[in-house]
Design a protein around this ligand. Sequence first.
Ligand code: AMP
Length: 411
Amino acid sequence: MSPFASLGLAPALVRAASERGYALPTAIQAAAIPAALAGRDVLGSAQTGSGKTAAFALPILQQLESVARGAPRRTHALVLVPTRELAAQVGESIRGLAQHLAEPVKVAIVFGGVSINPQMMSLRGGAEVVVATPGRLLDLIDHNALSLAGVAMLVLDEADRLLDAGFADELARVLALLPRPRQNLLFSATFPSAVQALARGLLHDPIRVDVPPEPSTEPAVAQHAVEVDAARRTPLLRHMIEKGAWTRVLVFVATKYASEHVADKLHKSGIEAAAFHGDLSQGARTRALAGFKAGRLQVIVATDVAARGIDIAQLPVVVNYDLPRSAVDYVHRIGRTARAGASGLAVSFISADTEAHFRLIEKRQGRRVMRERIAGFEPAESIAPALAGGGVKGKRKSKKDKLREAAAREG
Ligand code: AMP
């Protein structure tokens, strides 16, 4: 029996998994699929790249096989995700895994930031599975474009990011609209108190599935912290890209402006780089991603929100040009590399202003990262070790720094 069949999955799903090149279930799949098929609620601690999408998609599809279908199609499963990229990626995965089922399954993918009308049209006649960001889902319900009255399975994917993205209120409104009893699956990379509270309120006697990022091995992501003056980060980045012969790099910055600015600077120095942020049209983002995947584009300079859901099998290098706001974001960022067992490199630029913030991130991770300097780019400003309060000597913390630190502690 194939390993996927022995989890209790139907032949059509086993076939779809094997066609996608899944030879063996990942750890989260091996643990979550039998539990979900048995109708249990699941609390999954899983990183990006763990195979969590199939861990919930396969049980959703299998359960659809055993419910009577009608016209219009009833929404049986609802998957909530934090971003449009993730919505598209998860929706496409479910469609792919559904392709050999006897009865076709309609999967609607809905997210904000684009016109609502095509999404309303796509929901005509109903959809068995809806993958949505919470805000747009509520808009569609307000337009009577869909009903949640028949939902029997709810998935919260990347619950920490859902709350981080400020979706707590929308989430509460959606939950209030869902019928009971129903099965709930919650996946999250990290478990700050807000996610724990959400899980407690939502899940009924859940099976806990904890998957360490890389079971029984050292973390596959090599983390480096390079000290550099803030003003010299772009030349250093260029130097490291050239020296390291990095062919595919995802660079994280804090703002849309920085995304444009850094990409432009790199581009002018002959490196194929593009900005990637929320103000770009979906078309521009899709083109950038396609170029990146095809190897025409060497560097993507992205904001956190835009970078969510960039699913690239071999992403060897991630650079934190600006540090992430919270430790949660840090985990997600470095999770972009080292997928599917490949090893990856995560480089963070640290300057006098950000040293204290990086220490908080290290503390949350429970892991110290060696500070390094690169010849020719040694910082002129001294990067003082953090004092007891996490401050940097001689520098008063700005309001923004304090917010950042609070966010890192939260994370
Ligand atoms: P996810 O964590 O769901 O984003 O999945 C990460 C990547 O692993 C995706 O590219 C999946 O297609 C792939 N994947 C999922 N399950 C398996 C598996 N059992 N074997 C190999 N690759 C997988």
